[in-house]
Design a protein around this ligand. Structure first.
Ligand code: ADP
Length: 454
């Protein structure tokens, strides 16, 4: 195999040598033949020289153009996704190197193509076998793909490439998705279709701040809902069943205390006091359980009205004042006297009582408790800030669960039921808001109760 340059040189030199030898032969022959034939001999020589040059040029051109057109054909095939057979190696070195590179490129592309196909298959089978319904929506509000776990009564079957408006049958889901697509943000909602409850999530896929598509996930939560209902029902029944016997135990214990007039310091008096103390606690627990049941069953239809928050806070602090003064705690109120909340006043009072008594219970004597509130364009914010023991980040979600206490003994000692924050959370939900805890920069915690304006 030679390079193009040496092939060119070799063929040209070969031609030149051939013509020189032929010319010597012709000169030698000129003396031997009759003068009349000499022009004919010269003419034949010129003719051979012309055809020889033409032949050499043609051969050189063919050696280049044939492999080049083969390469062109092959690259077109690769472009069309046909990796087919390998190119055979041409005689010219440069072109041979080019074909080797093209063959290697085709092999690599073929492997990558196969890998991609396998990955796509894996992704597809994973997607199709998910418990959740998964779909993607492009920027033109059309479905890009949908897996088979999407119930056809929510999104029509075979909706790929069709508009979401025409395909989504559930009105709540449609308006939720449309609003999130419009704002380009992620979101989560719950909705009902027939006897089933679903959780829907949607989030945008972005790169360079550009949204390319939205991914949606649908999960059937009917079973969870039913379990939750059973738990709530049990909670409600248990609290109702406990209320009557506990009230009667309390009544009898109080009567005994009154009638027996036991010696202070005697064992009998200590036992009776313990019975009374614990029945008091049980009564509080049952009352809190009943409150949660009422809030959960949405029996409490919230009675929204506009009221001056500072007035309500003052009423509440009057009633919890005894607890605060017993620990010599100082209450600081930072609320604009004109600030009005649009909410259920009775429930907000519950929130204040629970959060202020907790702030007092979990803070040392002589510390300060601050109550702040503000109105934003879209929401109301109420904060209770203490300088107490604080809540660790791991517990900051769990303290809102029923009966969760960071320190069971301390909670008992403070007369806690373990249900106060759960009640606050339910009240936040009823106002479509939320309650959270964060660390106070000095020491202690900040409990934030916020809810949107109507
Ligand atoms: P409890 O009746 O035990 O106070 P809650 O539901 O009101 O029940 O509170 C749950 C737990 O959260 C408490 O037991 C306590 O561990 C923690 N907690 C609540 N408020 C505070 C606070 N202000 N500072 C520190 N920990 C708190």
């Amino acid at each position: 195999m030679r390079s193009f340059f040496s092939t060119l040189l070799l063929l040209n030199w070969g031609l030149l040598l051939f013509l020189i030898i032929l010319a010597i032969g012709v000169i030698a022959a000129l003396d031997l033949i009759a003068p009349g034939f000499r022009p004919l001999l010269l003419f034949v020589y010129v003719l051979i020289a012309i055809f020889g040059t033409f032949y050499v040029s043609f051969t050189i051109a063919r050696k280049v153009t044939d492999p080049l057109s083969m390469i062109e054909k092959k690259t077109k095939e690769i472009n069309a996704g046909d990796f087919g057979v390998e190119l055979s190696s041409p005689e010219i070195l440069e072109l041979a190197n080019l074909t080797v590179s093209i063959n290697e490129m085709a092999k690599r592309l073929k492997n990558q193509f196969l890998d991609l196909t396998v990955e796509k298959e894996k992704f597809n089978s994973l997607l199709q076998n998910l418990k959740e319904g998964v779909f993607a929506i492009d920027t033109k509000k059309k479905f890009l793909f949908l897996n088979r776990n999407i119930p056809p009564n929510i999104i029509s079957e075979n909706s790929q490439f069709s508009e979401i408006k025409a395909s989504i049958k559930n009105k709540v889901l449609l308006s939720f998705i449309e609003s999130k697509l419009k704002k380009g943000i992620e979101g989560r909602t719950e909705f009902q279709e027939g006897n089933h409850f679903y959780n829907a999530r949607i989030y945008p896929i972005k790169s360079n701040d550009m949204i390319h598509l939205h991914i949606g996930v649908l999960l059937d939560i009917t079973e969870d809902r039913q379990n939750q209902l059973i738990r709530e029902q049990f909670f409600q029944n248990a609290s109702h069943e406990l209320k009557t016997p506990i009230t009667s135990i309390k009544g009898y214990a109080e009567t005994l205390d009154y009638k027996l007039r036991l010696e202070p310091g005697s064992n009998e008096k200590k036992f009776l006091d313990a019975i009374l103390r614990n029945t008091e606690r049980l009564v509080r627990i049952v009352e809190d359980m009943l409150t949660i049941s009422r809030l959960e069953n949405h029996q409490t239809i919230i009675q929204t009205k506009s009221f001056l928050l500072l007035e309500l806070v003052k009423n509440v602090t009057d009633s919890v004042g005894v607890i605060l003064s017993s620990k010599e705690q100082n209450l600081k109120i930072e609320i604009d006297p004109k600030l009005k909340f649009e909410a259920d006043m009775v429930l907000i009072e519950h929130v204040l009582v629970n959060l202020i008594s907790n702030a007092s219970a979990y803070s040392p004597n002589g510390s300060e408790i601050k109550i702040r509130a503000e109105e934003k364009i879209d929401k109301y914010i109420l904060q209770i800030i203490d300088q107490g023991i604080g809540v660790s980040p791991e517990d900051s979600e769990r303290i809102f669960e029923r009966f969760f206490r960071v320190d069971m003994n301390r909670s008992r000692k403070e007369g806690g039921t373990g249900l106060g924050l759960s009640i606050v959370k339910h009240i936040a939900r009823l106002h479509s808001g939320e309650v959270s805890v964060s660390p106070n920069s000095e020491r202690g915690s900040i409990f934030t109760f916020e809810f949107p304006k109507k």
